[in-house]
Design a protein around this ligand. Structure first.
Ligand code: NAD
Length: 177
């Protein structure tokens, strides 16, 4: 029987427990999920500190820790392009066929709806705290960020000295003002 696939695209800078809850929810609804690593070309910036490759490791280790069957997901880096009107074609070219798009991002929802895709908005889980912005803010302020991030991703961020990287990036940006 044909598999039903859904796609979730996010920058995941870094992956946090909100992303993990959404992924689990999507896996209740479809056979396979495509996890698109958005803005894959960006790294070493205060809002986008991690490379696409690093984000792939964080997510795959977090999914393994959560006992998600690896045959049920694809993780695919997705570079931004300058043309919103053809971005959906670009995404389709890079991914296995899918029929359902999951997003809370209004531009993403708009672009896929216009191309005739079914778009579903997953519930927002504790959005006040579960956001990449909040994780990065806590890292910079030495607040407890680890409670917001799957522990496998915490371990990997520590392995690559990710906290030090974010702090260095912020110092550089301030001195360059
Ligand atoms: P994100 O990591 O902020 O979020 C990813 C998804 O997870 C979103 O749908 C969001 O709703 C969901 N999410 C996040 N926190 C959640 C929570 N606490 N509870 C439940 N769900 C939660 O990433 P994003 O900014 O939405 O990523 C979109 C990507 O698409 C970006 O990389 C953007 O550049 C790219 N994009 C590119 C183009 C182009 O190249 N022309 C056009 C549109 C979008």
């Amino acid at each position: 029987m044909q598999k039903v696939r859904g796609i979730l695209i996010g920058r995941m800078q870094p992956v946090h427990n909100g992303h993990m809850q959404v992924i689990n929810k999507i896996l209740d609804e479809v056979d396979e999920i495509i996890i698109g690593i958005g803005s894959a070309q960006l790294s070493h910036e205060i809002k986008d500190p991690f490379t696409a490759g690093e984000r792939i490791v964080m997510i795959s280790q977090a999914l393994a820790e959560a006992n998600v069957d690896p045959s049920r997901y694809y993780i695919i880096p997705m570079q931004d392009i300058n043309f919103n009107a053809i971005w959906v074609s670009h995404v389709k070219m890079m991914t296995p066929p899918f029929s359902i798009v999951y997003s809370g991002n209004s531009l993403v929802k708009q672009l896929f709806s216009e191309e005739g895709f079914e778009v579903r908005q997953p519930p927002l889980y504790d959005r006040l705290h579960l956001s990449g912005t909040e994780v990065r803010r806590r890292i910079l302020n030495d607040d407890d960020w680890k409670e917001l991030v799957p522990s496998a991703a915490v371990d990997f961020i520590s392995e690559i000295n990710g906290v030090e990287r974010i702090k260095n990036l912020s110092v550089k940006e301030v001195s360059e003002l």
